[in-house]
Design a protein around this ligand. Structure first.
Ligand code: NAD
Ligand code: UFG
Length: 329
């Protein structure tokens, strides 16, 4: 039996391909390569270039392979763009999920592990955030993820498709040997942007606001290593295999770090001064987002390996120095 990784050529999906293979799983990938990279998936993995909104392609995959479970990473995931183009997000994310669940119904696949997001919570009422806290997304991206979770809940009732929804906080870092990593053509994430300074691609990093009500005035986030995220997917699949009930889990390290602390950690790792410019706040950025991940630790037995920001950034630095042009190298 194989695991179908939807979006397996993307940043988080490609790390899952490696980690699932390390656990002896047989992996099949579908990706439309809109933001993913063919080179991020090993040549010995069966790869379908296609769109999950195309039910015929999904039926072909489910017919040609014995698929036991689906791991679903496909999405548009730029918060700012989602505010400008909400229908793009409902089309790709929500309609993509309808198409995938329909194909799973038709082909009697009963397990799905889903990439959800801290964005489902919106502006948190308290820190750290628990899975039971209110979900009031402040942008169409987060709303699309919440709708997708609700779709899985109702399909679980009607068709017994079991799901685990993993709400990631800030995913960061790269595979330890530097062979794969984050390569978004339009990059918005803090760590790759910081590292562009020592790579000589930008003069300074702009800090989006230093007047938040936090220890040093800059926003606090919960950064978690991409391979620890992937290990959680393996654990979630085994949880469903062992009869675990459908559920939602936060994935974060549980510690919050400010933007300035992340820049200082990157200075230590790279040995570069990394000049800073203080800019305006970015619209829609909450001051603090920190997960309470006790539920994933207890029920899934998840235990993140990367605990210091220096260790996480060091893996990203290894990837970027080995591949300064990303997958073009
Ligand atoms: P990514 O853009 O690198 O990966 C998404 C992959 O899915 C890409 O390879 C893309 O080509 C593919 N894809 C998109 N739509 C598709 C479709 N309709 N059919 C087939 N393939 C399609 O993004 P990522 O950073 O790896 O994020 C992966 C998932 O994790 C997303 O669902 C995202 O919302 C979620 N997430 C990411 C973060 C983060 O910090 N990066 C945080 C929370 C949640
Ligand atoms: N930041 C800067 N300068 C930059 C880039 C980012 O100061 O050049 C700051 C942001 O303002 C924020 C922090 O660095 O305070 C982290 O920003 P990212 O863009 O790396 O990540 P976000 O916290 O905005 O986004 C993450 C996930 C999204 C998810 C969101 C939930 O990447 O998928 O959390 O709010 F939707």
């Amino acid at each position: 039996m194989s695991v179908l990784i939807c979006g397996g050529a993307g940043y988080i999906g490609s790390h899952n391909v490696k980690v699932f293979m390390n656990h002896g799983e047989d992996v099949v990938v579908i990706d439309n390569l809109v933001t993913g990279h063919r080179a991020s998936v090993p040549d010995n993995v069966k790869f379908y270039e296609g769109d999950i909104r195309d039910g015929k392609v999904l039926d072909k995959i489910f017919t040609e392979n014995k698929i036991e479970a689906v791991i679903h990473f496909c999405a548009c995931s730029l918060v700012g763009e989602s505010v400008e183009k909400p229908l793009k997000y409902f089309d790709n994310n929500v309609w993509g999920m309808v198409s995938l669940l329909e194909a799973m119904q038709r082909n009697h696949i009963d397990k799905i592990i889903f990439s959800s997001s801290a964005a489902t919570y919106g502006e948190p009422e308290r820190i750290p955030i628990l899975e039971t806290d209110p979900t009031n997304p402040t942008n169409p991206y987060g709303e699309s993820k919440l709708i997708m979770e609700k779709m899985m809940k109702w399909v679980n009732h009607s068709d017994k498709i079991n799901y685990v929804s993993l709400r990631y906080f800030n995913v960061a870092g790269a595979y330890k040997d530097g062979s794969i990593g984050e390569d978004h053509r339009y990059e918005t994430h803090l760590i790759p942007l910081i590292l562009q300074v020592p790579l000589g691609k930008r003069e300074h990093i702009t800090v989006y606001g230093d007047d938040y009500d936090t220890k040093d005035g800059t926003c606090i986030r919960d950064y978690v290593h991409v391979c620890d995220i992937a290990e959680a997917h393996v654990l979630a699949l085994n949880y469903l295999r062992n009869g675990g009930k459908s559920d939602i889990f936060n994935l974060g390290s549980g510690d919050g770090y400010s933007v300035m602390e992340m820049i200082n950690a990157a200075r230590k790792v790279t040995g570069h001064a990394i000049p800073v410019e203080i800019g305006a706040r970015r619209a829609g950025d909450p001051a603090r987002l920190v997960a309470d991940s006790a539920k994933a630790r207890k029920i899934l037995n998840w235990s993140p390996e990367y605990v210091t920001m220096e260790d996480i950034i060091a893996t990203a630095w290894k990837w970027h120095t080995a591949h300064p042009q990303g997958y073009k190298d």
